[in-house]
Design a binder for this molecule. Structure first.
Ligand code: SF4
Length: 209
């Protein structure tokens, strides 16, 4: 499997924010890549590991919550990630996925799937089947126009608002702070949940925290 990094931290965004977790970031994604990609290094920087090696490295931490992210993790579902998932679950790990849905989503009943649909040049890059398999949704907002596009997407696809989290786009603390009031105001007016990006607010551009 392509593995970009494995590290321990607190989940910084989305429905599980604040939860101690071992992050397993898989390498590679599906084109078109997002122009604002905040993990661009994961598209090309990775090492090859088999599921047993990933289990061994992740197991060094005193934590049994795994966040499997990317890149696009489900690109590697067959055969590697499926095996890793089965072995983590068998050993009692709680598993959550962060996915763009670009590579589809398997039908999972023993994991939490947080889907972050991407809108590139006005086109949402996610299939309706993937929407039905997600447990919650995380959108990135750049400006008021993108917030309106998210709202239309949520309504057109009949997503439940209590499962929708919106976070300000920003790879730096300053970018985050500049957009937080806009996202806060929109979420308050339209009944969405807002999520910060804690790791960026606290550590700015530092990786692996
Ligand atoms: S889907 Fe995620 S990892 Fe892939 S290009 Fe977009 S932001 Fe980057």
């Amino acid at each position: 499997m392509h593995v970009s990094e494995i590290f321990y931290s607190l989940q910084g965004e989305g429905p599980l924010v604040g939860e101690p977790s071992v992050f397993i970031r898989l390498g590679g994604c599906v084109e078109p890549y997002c122009p604002w990609c905040d993990t661009a290094y994961a598209l090309h920087e990775y090492r090859e590991m088999v599921p047993e090696e990933i289990m061994e490295e992740a197991g060094r931490y005193a934590c049994r919550n795994a966040v499997i992210t990317g890149g696009e993790p489900f690109l590697q579902w067959e055969p590697g990630l499926k095996t890793l998932h089965r072995e983590l679950a068998a050993k009692g790990w709680r598993i959550s996925y962060e996915t763009s849905g670009k590579a589809g989503i398997p039908d999972l009943h023993d994991a939490t799937v947080v889907l972050s649909p991407k809108n590139i040049a006005g086109q949402w890059q996610v299939a309706p089947e993937a929407l039905a398999r997600a447990h919650s949704f995380k959108f990135v907002a750049q400006d008021l126009a993108s917030l309106r596009e998210i709202d239309i997407f949520v309504q057109e696809n009949a997503l439940q608002k209590e499962k929708v989290y919106i976070m300000p786009m920003g790879m730096t603390r300053d970018e985050q702070l500049q957009r937080m009031e806009m996202v806060f105001t929109f979420c308050r007016e339209h009944g969405y949940r807002m999520t910060p990006r804690l790791h960026i607010l606290i550590f700015d551009t530092k990786r692996g925290v």
